[in-house]
Design a protein. Structure first.
Length: 295
């Protein structure tokens, strides 16, 4: 028999608050990072009911957790229980990373920075001076729209089924970044074709095409792309959505959301531990992580 010495009274505590949390790959990512870096920490899933969120946060503070992630459905509600938020969280209205500094909770959102880092690495492009189209107007669209605007995009369109949600984001972008953000609905095919044709970068943030609905796509099958365009789909399951395959068939540069998932987690870890993880470790980890997910 070998005694398990991996967790002691000195081990730093991290976790994931959400519901459901059973299928999350975050424990795999964060616990592997701790092992690779030789950091004495453990990351555990913490499933919580909606009416117990406040109690849970108090418990994590009392238990001296170093930090935690927040996922569906608490990314907005968590803001009621924290002490400080970043400007970005104030604008987008949700957080995914909480750092506990001596009982004071700091909330940030690493989704957009994770997306941006993955986008630049995988496509070799940034957003400065680009004409960008975002498909969808949910929580992810809101944070990516703010990021794309802050990175200097020259034009932004938000296309959504429910136009009021797209207009909400457009208002936030116009007010805070001085960028005119236009909106459209998926049903207006002619106008949609024109918007897509004039764009440099198209980002899908809708859940159309997400497993198990893999035959769905937010755009019509007959839509045309141009090989100079980049299509980024935040979905990573399946690895190639119908939309990504369609863009690939026109020779576009494409990427799925795995890099975003990876980097939002890495940035959260760096926030809690107040450190930078070396690039060589990240490269090695990314290969293992993607092999594991798609084995
Ligand atoms: P939300 O529920 O906030 O938003 C969903 C969006 O998808 C809405 O704009 C909704 O439109 C649209 N939508 C849903 N079904 C369809 C459809 N059949 N046709 C057209 N539009 C549709 O979700 P999130 O923003 O939190 O997440 C969106 C996607 O991003 C999910 O697939 C999620 O898995 C992925 N994601 C990936 C991450 C990563 O790290 N790679 C991180 C976070 C999210 P409407 O407003 O009309 O309802």
């Amino acid at each position: 028999m070998k005694l398990n010495e991996s967790i002691t009274g000195r081990t730093r505590l991290l976790g994931l608050l959400g519901n459901p949390v059973e299928h999350s790959v975050s424990p795999l990512l964060h616990n592997t990072v701790s092992t690779l870096l030789g950091i004495d920490a453990v990351y555990i899933p913490l499933k919580v009911e909606k009416d117990k969120l406040g109690d849970m946060v108090e418990g994590l503070k009392a238990g001296n957790f170093t930090g935690f992630n927040v996922t569906i459905p608490f990314k907005e509600d968590i803001l009621k229980y924290v002490d400080n938020i970043t400007d970005e969280v104030r604008l987008v209205g949700c957080a995914n990373t909480i750092r506990n500094s001596g009982g004071v909770l700091f909330a940030s959102n690493t989704d957009a920075d994770g997306f941006c880092r993955a986008f630049e690495e995988e496509t070799g492009s940034g957003f400065l001076g680009k004409n960008v189209v975002i498909l969808g107007a949910g929580g992810t669209a809101r944070s990516l729209a703010a990021k794309v605007a802050s990175e200097g995009a020259c034009r932004l369109h938000i296309i959504n089924r429910t136009i009021s949600r797209a207009k909400d984001i457009a208002l936030m972008i116009g007010t805070n970044y001085g960028l005119i953000c236009e909106t459209e609905e998926f049903v207006h095919k002619m106008s949609l074709e024109k918007i897509i044709k004039g764009s440099d970068i198209i980002i899908n943030t809708t859940s159309a095409g997400l497993y198990p609905e893999i035959e769905e796509s937010p755009l019509d099958e007959n839509i045309h792309f141009d090989s100079r365009q980049i299509l980024y789909d935040v979905i990573y399951n399946p690895v190639k959505t119908k939309l990504l395959k369609q863009a690939e068939s026109f020779g576009c540069r494409t990427a799925n959301g795995l890099g975003m998932l990876f980097y939002q987690g890495i940035l959260a870890y760096e926030t809690w531990m107040e450190m930078k993880i070396p690039d060589n470790i990240l490269r090695e980890l990314y290969v293992e992580f993607s092999n594991y997910l798609f084995k």
